[in-house]
Design a protein around this ligand. Structure first.
Ligand code: FAD
Length: 275
């Protein structure tokens, strides 16, 4: 498979960089082709602004979704954005790797998403009518491909547990896993999280590295999180609300959007033929 790692850490000697190298080595040894977008090393521009839309007349107000759609349709997005989109189309698997900063991804990676996931490419895809709310949440440009997060935290695992003070890690990562990755179609694998990273010693690093190697060895077969597909029948098309007969009575919040896992690992296997 082709694997793209989008990596966000400012220091090439960091723990995250060392873990990235572990992932690349394991994937390469297994015969996968790997590309890395090292956003700080690339000095990737993180802000969306007028410079992203050369077709926009100076007198026109910048309305980002419209400008993004026009530029994507005209093939007029900037070269750095197009290069990242080409890598995404090449990749069967997308990995986002970052240290958890303020309970989410570093700004440079969010900026990469804002700029690269353009209108018509990652959103605004498919038929929008009274009968259908586009191809999203399990459908869209990246349907049949896989994606996952690798992240490190300063905090303890317990602080991110179901009753932990930081909130459950699955909830904190929901906007990334569901909102950024599942939205344009990826099958999203559970995140690989290394906790208490600031205090990691050599033994801790080896344990973290071995856990990561195992995740890389099983990247093609790990069952994805069984998020409900928007157009799979679980949601009422008017309003895109979950059908009243689904989910635990009284349940609310992110967990409602996770359905039942398929019965077999085969049912969870990637649907896209190898490139
Ligand atoms: P580094 O600082 O590079 O390394 C961490 C430790 O790993 C060091 O002690 C290093 O010696 C050791 N190490 C062991 N083996 C190796 C090796 N082979 N190579 C390199 N290092 C090794 N944490 C939270 O839990 N929640 C938050 O919301 C949060 N917000 C933050 C916001 C900001 C702005 C910042 C700066 C930090 C925040 N943190 C938070 C902490 C952050 O998540 C950790 O600092 C980060 O995950 C550590 O990863 P790193 O790659 O930067 O580690």
């Amino acid at each position: 498979m082709n694997v793209l790692i989008v990596f966000a850490h400012p220091d090439p000697r960091s723990l995250n960089a060392a873990l990235r190298d572990v992932a690349v080595a394991e994937l390469t040894a297994a015969g996968h082709a790997v590309q890395v977008s090292d956003l700080y090393a690339m000095r990737f521009k993180a802000e969306v602004d007028r410079d992203d839309f050369p077709l926009l007349a100076p007198a026109d107000r910048l309305k980002v979704p419209g400008a993004s759609k026009a530029a994507f349709t005209a093939g007029a997005l900037t070269a750095d954005v197009v290069a990242e989109q080409q890598k995404l189309l090449w990749a069967d698997v997308l990995i986002l790797q970052f240290p958890l900063w303020w309970f989410t991804m570093p700004a440079i990676l969010k900026g990469w998403v804002d700029r690269v996931f353009a209108y018509g490419f990652a959103y605004g895809v498919g038929e929008h009518s009274e009968a259908r709310w586009g191809d999203r949440y399990g459908e869209g440009t990246f349907a049949g491909r896989r994606a996952m997060v690798i992240t490190t935290t300063g905090g303890w695992a317990e602080h991110y547990s179901a009753r932990g003070v930081n909130g459950p890690m699955d909830d904190l990562l929901f906007p990334i896993n569901h909102g950024i990755l599942f939205y344009p179609g990826y099958d999203v694998l559970p995140a690989h999280v290394v906790h208490r990273a600031d205090r990691l010693d050599a033994a801790g690093f080896e344990a973290a590295a071995e856990g990561l190697r195992e995740r890389m060895r099983t990247i093609a077969t790990t069952p994805p999180i069984p998020y409900r597909r928007q157009n799979g029948g679980d949601y009422l098309i008017s309003g895109c609300e979950l059908r009243p007969d689904l989910g635990d009575p009284g349940a609310r919040g992110f967990a409602l959007h996770v359905g039942r896992a398929p019965a077999t690992a085969e049912a969870a296997a990637p649907t896209r033929p190898a490139a």
